[in-house]
Design a protein around this ligand. Structure first.
Ligand code: ADP
Ligand code: MG
Length: 759
């Protein structure tokens, strides 16, 4: 290795050599010195503090601090021609519980590395927890004794120096790369690190009493004491929040600098006719948000607005009114839906809402009517050609579709507004592809989501969008009652659930039964249509060791499947009712047919996967039975139940689960049953995920840039950082005077470009 300085951007293979550098990349995805230094300790041991051994569980990869209690050899009877064999058992303790360290030996009795392990010595031991004869054990753990813990121990001077610090970092480690291998690597790079110029402006550091970055990096890995650590964490959190917010501020500024065609309201156009024909009165919230959007659309730079509102709060009407304003102004509007089912439903409901206003060129249509085109993967060739022509000429003012809208052949005459429904289902590239279809000017963009987003998440994940929120539901909406049905401990409850379905159908209402899996036998992996907690996942139990959810390993049954459940219901509890199935692998035409039949009331029960999760609107459906409900995330369940109780009759949602009482999965379901407050639930959801997940699917398989910042807990800091970052960027849009900040943003964007592009 060359002597000299190490920089944050230096590849680890250069700083640490090829072997360690590669191992760090394959094991943790760490590529640069900066990556390694952001691999922060998970916790710190204070000398003399012992690990709670009683809390260890099988499969956990742990580093424990404990005292050696006894050491014994258990030789096996020696066989002719073989040397000594057997095992040495070292019992260590935290003064309450015990843990056995097992070392197998062959030949050499008590190998030299075990010699320091004498009763009374204190050490750190790392390995994977297992159970042998009802005793927790680590087999061949890595051991490191603490100096001074034992008189006369043969610890080296170097090791002694390692432990001079009061707080010993424990890194997120793996069986391949132990915590102290990481500590050594960190120590190596810290020894020659030149952290470069501080990206945080001095004025801000002073205002908030933040230590310098170089100092903070040193301190988070080698804190002198608790206060030192607190200072380091505060500073590094600021870096995360500030860099991200500065990047978002730059994007907002850049977006506002692009030209967009203003689409001001035109009096006495379709929009006014539409309003006049509305069969209901808009809620105050709908009126207010509508006015905001009307102003946005009239501006000469593009709108980037996120509209959030509970399921059933009436977002679609707002979108339609915005689209009509653009049509009145001579432009076109595209509505992008995440699923075929939803696109078709939007097409039907928009066409119905518009009535004669949507029948351009037809007999009896209104004078300034427009056309509505549908473009999905399943539209037949002839209809598709006609639709494409209407989109191209501008005859279709409103174009509704799935990702088929993004295909190259789809050319708009004058795309003025893109509405994206249920944002979280869309990939970034798709959104960008659609925006790129507006020729010279950028289209206005309205993103709608029914998954309520806590403020700080909105500021972070959707930080370059302005947000509007619909807080009230239209009058006359009935409440949804939700109950957990414990199918394992109370089978009678499940029978009662099916009776309730029959009763509702008896009152000419309809029901959904939702299952996690599709279940045709030919399918292998791809059988779920998007549940959140699938087989390999942790079923909501945060501390499940080794990635193996408890239960799954012991032959947990497969999740219930649409095909099986539908067959069983038809033959049993729901015999005689009109049942149909709906899932992602049906032919699109079949999906459309089933949804139409269900909407028209010609079906009683729809057994489906989560394809019905978003947006499906059949007011006559009043019951939803969700099977294996523990497989769904909190927000997902909330979305699903939003499908019932959309009309004047009360909705009922039954969460069927075999999760045992008081299990984390059951607690999650109880929480969903206990409240209809989507914001409270989305906070809960957030608490149960890692921050990286919060930032969306774009993050999958990548390192999140947020290590220390907690979106829920650090609200004040995020808000402050946003304000300050916006001010800094406003004064220096290219950050020419802030080269270190610009470098930090580039570094961040290397990792995060995908989700920042989410507009
Ligand atoms: P969201 O997309 O927000 O879940 P929708 O726009 O689908 O909600 O609206 C749900 C239902 O409520 C639709 O049938 C819609 O026609 C109806 N609706 C919307 N706004 C109102 C209102 N102000 N009063 C009564 N019904 C409304
Ligand atoms: Mg909707």
């Amino acid at each position: 290795m060359l002597p000299g300085v190490t920089t944050l951007s230096e590849p680890l293979i250069r700083a640490l050599g090829a072997k360690n550098g590669k191992a760090l990349e394959t094991t943790f995805g760490l590529r640069t010195v900066g990556d390694l230094l952001r691999h922060y300790p998970r916790r710190y041991y204070t000398r003399g503090e012992l690990t709670d051994l009683a809390s260890l569980r099988d499969g956990d990869h742990v580093t424990v601090l404990a005292r050696v209690e006894s050491i014994r050899d258990h030789p096996l009877p020696s066989l002719p021609g073989q040397g000594r064999r057997g095992r040495t058992e070292v019992v260590v303790t935290d003064e309450r519980a015990k843990l056995v360290l097992t070392f197998f030996f062959k030949g050499n009795f008590r190998p030299g590395y075990l010699r320091p392990l004498v009763p009374g010595s204190l050490g750190m031991f790392a390995g994977t927890v297992s159970t042998f004869r009802r005793q927790r054990q680590l087999v061949h753990p890595e051991c490191e004794l603490l100096p001074g813990a034992q008189p006369g121990s043969d610890v080296t001077a170097e090791l002694a120096a390692e432990f001079v610090a009061e707080m010993l970092p424990v890194y997120p480690a793996s069986a391949k790369f132990s915590s102290w291998s990481l500590a050594k690597a960190v120590k190596t790079v810290l020894g020659t690190l030149d952290a470069g110029e501080d990206p945080l402006p001095a004025e801000l550091r002073e205002r908030y009493g933040l230590v310098g970055r170089a100092e903070a990096i040193q301190a988070i890995h080698k804190p002198l004491d608790q206060a030192d650590l607190v200072r380091a964490r505060k500073r590094l959190k600021w870096d995360e929040a500030f860099t991200l917010q500065a990047a978002l501020a730059q994007r907002r500024l850049a977006a506002a600098a692009l030209p967009a065609m203003p689409r001001p309201p035109v009096p006495d156009g379709i929009a006014d006719d539409f309003d006049a024909a509305l069969p209901f009165t808009l809620t105050a919230g709908q009126v207010a948000v509508g006015e905001t959007i009307a102003v946005d659309l009239a501006c000469a730079y593009p709108m980037h607005r996120l509209l959030q509102g509970e399921v059933g709060s009436g977002k679609t009407v707002i979108a339609v009114r915005a689209m009509l304003q653009v049509v009145d102004a001579g432009g076109q509007a595209a509505l992008l839906a995440p699923t075929e089912v939803l696109a078709q439903q939007h097409y039907r409901s928009v066409s119905d809402m518009l009535g004669p206003l949507a029948r351009r060129g037809q007999l009896g249509s209104a004078e300034h009517a427009t056309g509505v085109a549908l473009l999905t993967g399943s539209v037949g060739a002839a209809a598709r050609r006609a639709a494409l022509a209407d989109v191209f000429t501008g005859d279709a003012g409103i174009v509704i579709g799935t990702h088929a809208l993004l295909e190259e052949q789809v050319q708009f005459a004058d795309l003025g507004l893109v509405v994206i429904d249920e944002q979280h289902r869309f990939g970034v590239e798709q959104r960008d592809a659609l925006r790129a279809k507006a020729a010279d000017n950028r289209p206005h963009v309205l993103v709608m989501t029914a998954t309520p987003i806590p403020r700080t998440v909105a500021m972070t994940v959707y930080g370059d969008l302005e947000t509007s929120t619909l807080t009230e539901l239209p009058a006359g909406r009935s409440a949804i009652a939700t109950h957990v049905v414990p199918a394992a401990d109370k089978p009678r409850f499940l029978e009662r659930a099916w009776e309730r379905v029959r009763e509702e159908v008896g009152h000419h209402r309809q029901a959904y039964v939702v299952c996690p899996r599709i279940g045709d036998s030919a399918a292998t992996g791809d059988d779920t249509d998007g549940t959140e907690y699938s087989e390999g996942d942790d079923l909501g139990d945060q501390d499940s060791p080794g990635g193996l959810p408890r239960g799954v390993a012991e032959g947990r049954r497969q999740p219930l499947a649409v095909l099986d459940v539908a067959a069983a219901l038809e033959a049993g509890p729901l015999a005689g009712l009109r049942l149909a199935i709906l899932h992602g692998r049906l032919h699109p035409e079949e999906k459309d047919r089933v949804m139409r039949e269900f909407s028209a009331g010609r079906l009683d029960v729809l057994v489906a996967t989560t394809v019905i999760e978003v947006g499906v609107d059949v007011p006559n459906a009043t019951v939803m039975v969700i099977m294996d409900a523990e497989r769904y995330g909190v927000s997902q369940l909330h979305q699903l139940r939003g499908r019932v109780g959309r009309g004047s009759a009360a909705g009922l949602c039954l969460l069927v689960t075999e999760a045992p009482p008081a299990s984390p999965a059951r607690e999650r379901l109880d929480a969903v049953a206990a409240t209809l407050d989507g914001f409270a639930l989305s906070r809960l959801d957030l608490q149960q995920r890692r921050e990286g997940d919060v930032l969306g699917a774009a993050q999958a398989g990548r390192q999140s840039s947020l290590r220390l910042l907690r979106l829920l807990d650090d609200e004040d800091l995020i808000r402050q950082a946003r304000e300050d970052a916006t001010a800094v960027v406003a004064g220096d849009p290219d950050l020419a005077g802030h080269p270190a900040l610009r470098a930090a943003i580039d570094d961040l964007l290397g990792v995060q470009a995908e989700y920042l592009d989410k507009t």
